[in-house]
Design a protein around this ligand. Structure first.
Ligand code: NAD
Ligand code: MN
Length: 347
């Protein structure tokens, strides 16, 4: 491969401050990756208010020509706005990015030591309550709202395979299935059962036999996550539980500004920091770029460029460990640009 074509979608708010930082880091990798070539693309609330659509067709078409992408954050309004729907949810559908993978790792005091928190949330990204089939009906006793929660064997199986695959590449090799099948025995029952069956599939051919499978009811999983995060390695969850669990896990490592993710399918991967557009700090130049930079590393990891990914992660860990150049969310006084410069120097 001569070059690596990466779509950049900073979108809204601090997305426009942290995605350029991630781009600079990719450019600085040199021969660890094919020469990156960047394509700037639009999506989000701002383009919606200007042009009437949050995800222009050109963005989707251009992404299909790319080898990967980095997405910043969107400012989705909490109220309902006619014609608006979150571009990130749409993109996951259009590109069939069925897995949202969020590693949450603390930085150990000394290089080589075991970190206190070192887990990965693997969230199903296409169904559950996010199929967004909601109905409001008027009854004699008032309004009644209903939603459809979809769990399919196909989606559960592929997210299960992704979780086992990720576990295989980690020292602990443990998968914990998150569910609530004591109450939702049909939907969560299917999720749990399908994932339990993954290692026994004939096409898997015993590949996952070394992986230890555990399971945990979602509410107690959150409790234990806060009390003893070290018991977890890879957690696999339906969409909504995974969403909540991964934000909760992010709290364990100090700031949303540190936690990366990728949206991954079989043919495409899009890095995306877990945080939102942070309107409270937008434009001040103090957004933490490390989540976006780590998301670029994670994208590379999924593309198979392990050496480049490792180099970025080591540089970020060093900057955090030294603690001299940190943004205010981590108790420091530095600007986005200074943190970027510190990472580039360590590279
Ligand atoms: P948020 O993640 O934007 O911010 C939460 C808090 O964390 C804020 O105090 C913010 O300043 C801080 N923070 C987040 N990222 C930071 C960073 N990199 N450096 C320093 N501080 C950081 O969540 P919110 O305030 O609930 O949402 C704001 C907007 O973002 C909303 O419109 C929401 O819809 C959107 N959002 C988008 C995504 C996404 O694009 N995937 C995810 C979450 C929220
Ligand atoms: Mn979320």
């Amino acid at each position: 491969r001569q070059s690596l074509k990466i779509g950049l979608i900073p979108a809204d708010g601090i997305g426009k401050e942290v995605i350029p930082a991630a781009k600079r880091v990719l450019e600085a990798l040199g021969s660890d990756i094919p020469k990156p070539e960047f394509v700037s693309l639009l999506a989000g609330w701002e383009v919606f208010t200007r042009e009437g659509y949050a995800l222009p067709d050109e963005t989707v078409e251009a992404l299909k020509e790319c080898d990967g992408a980095l997405f910043g954050a969107v400012s989705s309004p909490s109220r309902r706005v006619t014609g608006y729907s979150s571009p990130i949810v749409q993109l996951r559908k259009e590109l069939d990015l069925y897995a949202n993978v969020r590693p949450v790792t603390s930085v150990a005091a000394n290089p080589g030591d075991k970190p206190d928190v070192d887990l990965v949330v693997v969230r199903e990204n296409t169904e559950c309550l996010y199929v967004k089939q909601e109905q409001l009906t008027l009854t004699e006793s008032g309004r009644e709202a209903r939603a459809t929660r979809l769990i399919t064997e196909r989606a559960s199986r592929r997210i299960g395979k992704m979780a086992f695959e990720i576990a295989l590449g980690r020292p602990r090799q443990q998968v914990t299935i998150i569910h609530k099948s004591n109450v939702l025995s049909v939907t969560d029952g299917l999720f749990r059962e399908t994932i339990r069956a993954v290692p026994k599939l004939s096409e898997v051919n015993g590949k996952y036999d070394s992986v230890k499978v555990e399971e945990q009811i979602v509410d107690s999983a959150v409790y234990r996550l806060f009390r003893e995060p070290e018991i977890y390695d890879v957690l696999v969850a339906p969409n909504l539980y995974g969403d909540i669990l991964s934000d909760a896990a992010a709290a364990l490592v100090g700031s949303l500004g540190l936690v990366p993710s990728v949206n991954a399918g079989d043919n495409f991967v899009m890095g995306e920091p877990v945080h939102g557009s942070a309107p409270d700090i937008e434009g001040k130049g103090i957004a933490n770029p490390l989540a976006a930079i780590r998301s670029a590393a994670l994208m590379l990891r999924f593309q198979g460029y392990t050496a480049g990914a490792d180099r970025i992660d080591r540089a970020v860990d060093q900057v955090i460990r030294e603690g001299e150049v940190l943004t205010p969310d981590l108790g420091g006084k530095s600007k986005t640009q200074e943190v970027l410069d510190a990472v580039l120097k360590k590279l």
